[in-house]
Design a protein around this ligand. Structure first.
Ligand SMILES: O=C(O)c1ccccc1NCC(=O)[C@H](O)[C@H](O)COP(=O)(O)O
Length: 218
């Protein structure tokens, strides 16, 4: 249940440039996502991720996104980017996600018939479940899923994702009332190239949604 004081957290994902990291922080992002998956057009190496992460001020979280990384690769990520919250965005089992013993984000690819309640129960150590659209490949598809598929009572904080942008994020927050939202392509000029104005407008829209929900509660 949301309180009237809830501030929907904002993750902006797929950053590759220093100026975009700075602009995301300026716009009000609470987290920046760095795609460590080599096949993504938004991929950054661990060395670049360290450089970008060092720009973050206190209380802005870096998220390291992996897809079916090996245990050795994951160990390297946690050693070289120890401050990162890991986002599992592939087919990783609950055991694989929990094996490295740290909080993590687990992506769920939403589609009719998907049991999100059970999925969340399988991930008691997940700091959150990121709800993404079910697209070919693994993610970053810019596609909205049917928000009515999200049931009440999910046991882990939810991060609404998938095709969000400044024009639809208010509706998404009002519909799902998530702990946080996540956006990538909806604030881009091109893959991996963010638009400072779109990031600002996205964050402003999330604040507008919070205000409307607070007014509805009080
Ligand atoms: O962003 C990518 O390129 C990507 C590639 C492979 C797996 C996951 C990827 N992104 C995951 C994210 O967390 C995105 O922010 C999420 O899919 C939403 O993307 P969008 O619909 O473009 O806002």
């Amino acid at each position: 249940m949301r309180s009237d004081l809830h501030r929907t957290r904002i993750k902006i994902c797929g950053l590759t440039r220093e100026a975009d990291v700075d602009a995301a922080v300026e716009a009000g992002a609470d987290a920046i996502g760095l795609v460590l998956y080599p096949l993504s057009p938004r991929h950054v190496s661990l060395e670049r991720a360290q450089v970008l992460a060092r720009r973050l001020p206190p209380f802005v979280q870096v998220v390291g996104l992996v897809v079916n990384a090996s245990a050795a690769e994951l160990r390297t990520v946690t050693e070289q980017l120890p401050q990162a919250l890991i986002q599992f965005h592939g087919d990783e089992s609950p055991q694989a996600c929990q094996a490295f013993g740290r909080p993590y984000l687990r992506a769920a690819r939403m589609r009719p018939g998907f049991d999100l309640l059970d999925f969340a129960h399988q991930h008691p150590d997940a700091q959150g479940i990121l709800l993404d659209a079910h697209v070919e490949g693994y993610g970053g598809g810019g596609k909205v899923f049917d928000w009515s598929l999200v049931p009440a009572g999910v046991s882990r904080p939810l991060v609404l994702s998938g095709g969000l942008n400044p024009a639809n994020v208010i509706d998404g927050v009002m519909a799902v009332r998530p702990w946080a939202v996540d956006v990538s392509s909806g604030v881009e000029q091109a893959k991996g190239i963010k638009d400072a104005g779109l990031m600002r407008r996205f964050c402003e829209a999330v604040r507008e949604a919070d205000g409307r929900l607070a007014d509805a509660i009080t």
